[in-house]
Each structure stands twice: as C-alpha cells, then as structure tokens.
Design a protein around this ligand. Structure first.
Ligand code: S3P
Length: 459
C-alpha cells in the first residue's frame, strides 16, 4: 500500500561556505525556466506525435517530470544539452503507470501531474522526498475531486504518498481558487483538457500564466479576462485537439535572481545575465529591487519562445528598505529568500507583506529565512504573515544556515556570504541540483568565492 512505502533514502549532505568576494564580473546565462520546462514535457505527453524542446532545465525536479511522462506512456529522449524530444500519446491515450511516480522535491511536477491523471480514467501513485511528503496536496485535490477524481489511499492529511484514480469523463467546473497559486490553476486546467464544455478558473490575484500560454500554443482555445482589481478569469474549451509544437524555454528569472542580487550587494560588481524571461507575472523581484535603488538595466529586448526576454545588467548598488505590497507576492513568490538577503544589505526597513504561502514551499521558508537572518546577525521580525528586515551595508554573517532540503534557502544564504563580513555556511547544497545544478560553478565563473574554511574573519 502506498501509505506504507519506506521513506526515500537521504541524499548525502554537502555543506559549503561562501566568502566575501571581489567584485563579480562577466556574462552568464542561467538555465531554462523550471515552470515552463515541467509544462513543456506535460504538453508533449498530451499531444500525439513529436514535441521538440530546446533549453529544457536539466535539473532534478524536471527530470522527475520527464520520468513520470515516460511512465504514463510518452517516449522522452534527450537529443543534446537542453534539447529533448517527447513522443506523446495524446489526451485519452495515457496508461496507468506501473509502480510509483516519484516527484522527488518537486511540488509543481507532482501537482500538475495530479491534474493530468485526474482528467483520465487511470490510477497513479504519487510520492516524493521527505520535503514533498510534508506539503499540502488538498489545494489541488479539492477541485480535482469535484471534477470526478478519487483519492484511493494517502498518507495522513491527504499528503504523499497518495494514489489518485482519475475520471474517465471529468466534469467541467468553474473554480474560484482560495489561494493565489499557479499550480492549483494549472491542475484544474490540465484536468479540464479532457472535460466536455468549459472549465473555468477564477483567481483573485493573477499568477504565472505559462499553462494558459502553452495551452494556446498547442492549439487549445483559452479566454482570459480581468477579474476584480488584480485577478483573472480563465476559460478553457475542453477536448481540444492538442498538436505538438516546438517549445523554446527561456532562462529562468527565479534562478537569475541569485546572481542578480549577488551583483547588487558585492562591491565592485558589474555582470550581465543573458536572455532572462521578463514575463510580467514573474518580474516582481526586479520591480522591488529597482524601488530599493538597484542599478539593473535591460538590453536586447526580444521575444523567444513566445516570451519577452532581455539581457540584464546588474551593478553594485546602495540599497534602501522599501514596502513590498502583498499583491506583488504571486509575481515573486519564489524570490523572497533572496529578497530578504538584499534587504539585509539595504539601509533601513524592508517590509514584505502577505508571505503566508512561504510556509508551505519546499520548506517553511518564512521560518528558514528568519533563522538564517538570525544566525547572521540581521535584525528582523515576523508579524503575522509579514517579514520585516532592518538592514545595513555591513552584514555580520558568520552564521550556520539550515537549508531544510530547500534549494532556494541554500542559494540565497550563499549569496549573503559573498558580501557579509564573515563567511556564511550552509549545511547542505545538495538540493540546489533540483533547480540550478550549475549554480556554484556559474557563480565561481563570476568571481564568487566558496570554500570550506568557515569561521575566518575576512573583514
Ligand atoms: C509554480 C507555481 C508557484 C511557484 C513554484 C512554481 C508553477 O507555486 O512557487 O515554484 O510552475 O506553477 P504555487 O502555485 O504554490 O504558488
């Protein structure tokens, strides 16, 4: 029974310290966008024939989705670096997989694939690592059960491991999501592909729209209209004939965030990050950093794979604290750990509002960020769902940061150590491979110094 599966074996931990570094210089390209990479593979699975993907993120989370697509019937082949081909079976052609679909650390892969399975008459067991096993799944299961899916068995609290029986004839629904979540929206839309009539998702705050864009790209009819002050109403006409289409994956703004903030806080830095996706539903961090006084400029604005991209230049900047409104959170939800690091180096107070969702990410990010700030001598407090950081250009550092299997906590605090007085050590860098396997060598290529000699005061 899935509920009795053994816990996945722990991966060997890899601690690392980050040291005060000379000015970062050079030009880099960060890997492909994680959200688009998951979706490209899934849409490849759902269309009959060959989908070619360029720039796929080859990292743990996405490779788990590739493996799940194989188990559901697709042939997924790596042609070269970032270049992949998916031979899909099409909507309705999916197979009940043998064995468990293991999504590792990936919330997006597991929740989107629950939407796919829910819209098909198949049964699949979902599992993941200790982090994913703690994350809430009812947010996607609530609408999927309304569409006709059933939970066969699950761990306590409807968490993973969980076996889901999909609906051969899913019911189209109109769902007003209580949470600003692109994963919830996407799960409902993916299940709605195989439902007759119209499936509607209403979101009070607009979230990343990669699923809507890709649905259209593969030939589905999707209508998007404004809803309220910041929201959207998305209507999908069901049972489209999805046709394979080439996908070019732009560079991930959530990965670009780390070298970007590093350049702003390390004196003497001047770097270029090439081809970063500038989808307005993903650029909240850039807006915020500019309000803080960051010197970030955009060049070579162009469209790649249906998304606006730009080369970003970031230079060392004198930052000041700002108010970050709650309604901006969906457009920078993964960037708060590294924004908190920027805030630590900014004069005055940065008040980040409405961060409740951070508690259910790969770790409780609100707690993990607060603990990391405390360990490194940065004044801060949590008030309800808000994080308030009082920064200064001289961050003490010297902390030992617990990453809790969370890639973004590891990368954010390594960035802090590049500019703090004393090195910052993170207990485990292994999970960086879930989203940004080249992070350490790429940062080293810009001049970042990492090493084992933790504790030396380099000030
Ligand atoms: C994602 C949505 C966000 C984000 C995650 C990727 C997606 O999660 O944090 O990293 O690709 O749809 P939520 O939907 O939980 O906000």
């Amino acid at each position: 029974m899935p509920a009795r599966l053994p816990k996945p074996a722990p991966i060997e931990t890899k601690p690392l310290s980050a040291h005060r570094s000379p000015g970062l210089t050079g030009s880099v390209r960060v890997p492909g966008d994680k959200s688009i990479s998951h979706r490209a593979l899934i849409f490849g699975l759902l269309s009959v024939g060959e989908t070619e993907i360029e720039g796929l993120l080859e990292a743990g989370d996405v490779l788990a989705t590739a493996e799940a697509c194989r188990r559901l019937g697709a042939t997924v082949t790596r042609i070269g670096e970032g270049s992949w081909r998916v031979h899909g079976v099409g909507v309705g052609g999916l197979l009940s997989p043998d064995g468990t679909l293991d999504f590792g650390n990936a919330g997006t892969g597991s929740r989107l694939m629950m939407g796919v399975v829910a819209g098909h008459g198949i049964t699949a067991t979902f599992d993941g690592d200790a982090s994913l096993r703690q994350r809430p799944m009812m947010r996607v299961l609530t609408p999927l059960l309304k569409m006709g899916a059933e939970i066969v068995v699950s761990a306590e609290g409807n968490r993973l491991p969980l076996t889901l029986r999909g609906a051969a004839d899913p019911v189209p629904i109109s769902y007003e999501s209580p949470i600003a979540s692109a994963q919830v929206k996407s799960a409902v839309l993916l299940a709605g592909i195989n439902a007759p009539g119209e499936t509607t998702v209403i979101e009070a705050e607009a979230t990343r729209d990669h699923t809507e864009r890709m649905l259209r790209h593969f030939g589905a009819e999707v209508t998007v209209t404004p809803h309220g002050a910041h929201g959207r109403r998305i209507v999908l006409r069901g049972r489209p004939d999805l046709k394979p289409k080439p996908v070019i994956v732009p560079a991930d703004p959530s990965s670009a965030a780390f070298p970007l903030v590093a350049a702003l806080i390390v004196p003497g830095s001047d770097i270029v990050i090439e081809g970063v996706m500038m989808n307005p539903l993903r650029t909240g961090l850039i807006t915020t950093l500019r309000e803080m006084g960051a010197d970030i400029s955009e060049a070579n604005l162009r469209v790649e794979g249906g998304e606006d991209v730009a080369d970003l230049t970031a230079r060392h900047s004198t930052l000041r604290g700002v108010e970050v409104p709650a309604e901006r959170a969906p457009s920078m939800i993964d960037e708060y750990p590294v924004l908190a690091v920027a805030a630590a180096f900014a004069e005055g107070q940065t008040h980040m509002r409405g961060l409740g969702e951070l508690r259910v990410k790969e770790s409780d990010r609100l707690a993990a960020v607060a603990a990391g700030l405390a360990a490194n001598g940065v004044a801060h407090r949590i008030e309800g769902d808000d994080l308030i950081v009082t920064g200064s250009a001289a961050v003490p550092g010297g902390g030992d940061v617990v990453t809790h299997m969370d890639h973004r906590i590891a990368m954010a605090f390594l960035v802090m150590g590049l500019a703090s007085r004393v090195p910052v050590r993170v207990d485990d860098t292994a999970f960086i491979a879930t989203s940004f396997p080249s992070f350490i060598p790429m940062m080293r290529s810009l001049g970042a110094e990492f090493g084992a000699d933790f504790g030396a005061d380099l000030a």
